[in-house]
Ligand binder design. Structure first.
Ligand code: ADP
Ligand code: MG
Length: 676
């Protein structure tokens, strides 16, 4: 019954079904769950004697007389009813609804609600909504639901249709009864009916609470079910090599407490019988890579294979260079696979060779881009997948990975996830956080630079370069037609080359061939280039500790997270670093985003700011997950935690929800895309 298509409902029919479709209403169930966006409080009545001009009013009155006539001037019909309620009388008029004379019969009592206007020095109600007193009122006399509409559908029509079908069905409940009792929840049936037609605001709130509970509870079940099912897979046996501490001691720096802690937890994951699914969160420059590298090292020493996946070719190549050095002394093979490059250790090989060696298991460490996700790439014993900058990967790409094997999954991101999200949509992940930056990092000085100070900034840059440092210049994408920013970066490169003939200046943008990109990056790393003009291709991950100035042109065109990432390209070594924000917009000095970046150096605080500036928006990819909450919001941490508790308890007893077929149906009907 609930799945009946709306066009088969006699009050709807094919023509209206098309309108309903625009509202996302395809079945009877959709119709009943099409909740009002607000309620109009018409629960209180006025007496006619008290009416004032310009009010929305609701009166209960008896019809004295009704007439319909044509106006002389503009020739439309006018229906006029004189009504009285024992305190006074008033005229109600309607335009072009001559049929009303058949409905509004003298001596009968109606509720009228509408706005009072003055015509010919007297108060009138124009086009009021009317409902007979002797039947149940749904358009007046109560909290009246208001729906989002589409053209040619009126509130009255939709309201009547919904009411008719609400009266015909009893919605089944699917929540375990002990949860209903503990949470003092309305039944599903009562909640849905009350949400549309509440008796008062208190019961409306109760109804919404129940439905919000449903949404979050169901999400918890979906996520946790996925998590628990994953825990039934088997992972590889791993032995921690005796010389791990020596390897750590041989690093050019000491691990921070956070890095040591994260590594310890990852090694504990290796000890469990099932593959881990961990998110390593740490601000830009906190040193996530080395944590991953050490984990990879442990697995490689166990003759297992690992993949490190990067969102861009530039970053993949950089990781490849770093890890080549890291693994070289142990004689461990490292490969790079992107859509244009395939290499084993320092040697270019054909893609076919590389793929066959990966398949035969002779290469333990494989670094690459999404090219690694192609079907023909198969592994002998894939024990771990590390995804760097995980937020840059699409849903499909992540799902390929998850289905790939029973490898441990380690995702890394500088974007903090709020606690409520970590406990719901991302509730399948275990979390490790690097709270501090490596010791000795100096705070990056960030300044919005007004146009008249540009020359000063250039002088500053040139002094920095004279003292041995290097400079990034980021160009914005100005024209839509210039998606890769080739034009703006190229012209900036020319301008700076004219301005600083004494320096070597490189150019990096998305249109370059991979080999050109790599040589630009390599030359910059080797300080053969003092300035690198780039587009957002270097947004994430790029690591050149000698660079001390980040100049961002057209800064107002970038988002807060992006600006923070750009800034994170400097201040990665022992040198005092600077970030200069330029803008063609004269308002830049008071732009809230630019001010926020100027005032905050902490990515976690910036994420909060971003949330305030943009509103909840889609900062954390919740839309991408395929899930949007209709009623619930994720700011109720208490509810999030309670629902999680219930969901865990239920799944421990009955992972497949075999005792709760209706609940099972709901959970399976709406999978979370990001978990697929
Ligand atoms: P992110 O977390 O942004 O990916 P990286 O892993 O690229 O940061 O590390 C940033 C820089 O800090 C790199 O040059 C890295 O070698 C260095 N680094 C990492 N850990 C430490 C540490 N404990 N002490 C000093 N430098 C470190
Ligand atoms: Mg990184």
């Amino acid at each position: 019954m609930l799945k009946t298509p709306v066009e088969q409902l006699y009050l709807v029919g094919p023509a209206r079904a098309k309108l309903f479709k625009k509202l996302g209403i395809l079945t009877l169930e959709d119709l009943l769950f099409y909740f009002p966006r607000a309620h109009h409080d018409l629960s209180k009545f006025s007496e006619i004697k008290d009416l004032k001009m310009g009010e929305m009013v609701n009166i209960k009155a008896k019809i004295l007389e009704v007439k319909t006539f044509r106006t002389k001037v503009r020739r439309f019909t006018l229906t006029q009813a004189l009504v009285e309620d024992g305190t006074d009388s008033i005229v109600c008029i309607w335009f072009n609804q001559p049929f009303l004379t058949k409905i509004l019969k003298p001596h009968e009592e109606f509720v009228f609600s509408g706005k009072t206007v003055v015509a010919k020095n007297k108060l009138q109600l124009q086009n009021p909504v009317y409902e007979p007193v002797k039947t149940e009122q749904i358009h007046t006399s109560r909290l009246v639901p208001l729906y989002s509409l589409t053209s040619s559908l009126t509130q009255k029509q939709l309201r009547s249709i919904i009411k008719t079908y609400l009266d015909k069905v009893v919605l089944p409940d699917y929540l375990p009864s002990d949860i209903m009792r503990k949470e003092k929840l309305f039944s599903e049936d009562r909640a849905v009916k009350t949400f549309h037609f509440p008796d008062d605001y208190a019961s409306l709130k109760m109804a919404q609470n129940r439905l919000a509970f449903d949404e979050i509870f169901q999400t918890q079940l979906r996520v946790l079910k996925y998590k628990f099912q994953r825990q039934q897979k088997n992972s590889f046996q791993v032995k921690i090599p005796d010389n791990l501490n020596e390897k750590i001691a041989s690093l050019p720096f000491q691990l921070t407490a956070g890095q040591t802690q994260a590594l310890t937890v990852i090694l504990e994951d290796f000890d469990k019988s099932f593959p881990a699914n961990r998110l390593l969160e740490g601000d830009v420059g906190s040193g996530k890579t080395i944590v991953a590298a050490l984990a990879l090292w442990v697995l490689a020493r166990n003759n297992l294979q690992c993949v490190l996946l990067s969102p861009t070719e530039v970053l993949a190549t950089q990781h490849y260079q770093t890890l080549l050095k890291f693994f070289e002394e142990d004689g461990i093979n490292v490969a790079l696979l992107t859509s244009t490059q395939s290499r084993i250790n320092n040697n270019p090989v054909t893609k076919a060779t590389l793929i066959s060696q990966i398949k035969s298991g002779t290469i333990p460490i494989i670094i690459g881009t999404h090219a690694l996700l192609e079907k023909q790439v198969k592994f002998k014993k894939l024990a771990m997948i590390v995804i760097d900058e995980q937020h840059r990967f699409g849903v499909e790409q992540r799902s390929i990975l998850k289905s790939m094997s029973n490898a441990h999954l380690l995702t890394m991101s500088a974007t903090p996830i709020p606690r409520t999200l970590a406990l719901t949509l991302y509730g399948d992940l275990d979390l490790s956080i690097l709270k501090e930056l490596p010791a000795g990092r100096l705070k990056i000085v960030t300044k919005i630079v007004a146009e008249e100070n540009r020359a000063k900034a250039y002088k500053f840059i040139s002094d920095q370069i004279e003292s041995g440092r290097q400079v990034f210049v980021i160009c914005p994408l100005i024209e839509e037609s210039d998606k890769l920013g080739v034009k703006s970066a190229t012209s900036e490169h020319k301008k700076l080359s004219d301005l600083f003939p004494q320096f070597q200046i490189g150019l990096l943008h998305g249109k370059l061939k991979p080999a050109q990109k790599e040589s630009a990056m390599q030359d910059f790393k080797d300080n053969k280039l003092q300035i690198l003009v780039a587009t957002s291709v270097i947004e994430v991950g790029v690591d050149v500790p000698n660079a001390s100035v980040m100049m961002i042109e057209g800064a107002e065109r970038f988002g807060l997270a992006q600006l923070h990432q750009f800034r994170g390209r400097v201040g990665r070594g022992e040198h005092k670093s600077y970030c200069f924000l330029f803008s063609d917009d004269p308002q830049a000095l008071s732009n809230p985003r630019l001010k926020a970046i100027e005032e905050n150096s902490n990515g976690f605080e910036l994420a909060e700011k971003d949330l305030q500036i943009r509103g909840s928006g889609d900062l954390y990819g919740t839309k991408q997950s395929g899930y949007d909450f209709k009623i619930a919001t994720l700011n109720n941490l208490d509810l999030v935690e309670r629902t999680r508790g219930y969901a865990e308890e239920l799944l421990y007893q009955d992972l497949n929800l075999n005792h709760y077929p209706l609940l099972k149906q709901k959970i399976e009907a709406k999978p979370l895309v990001h978990l697929e």
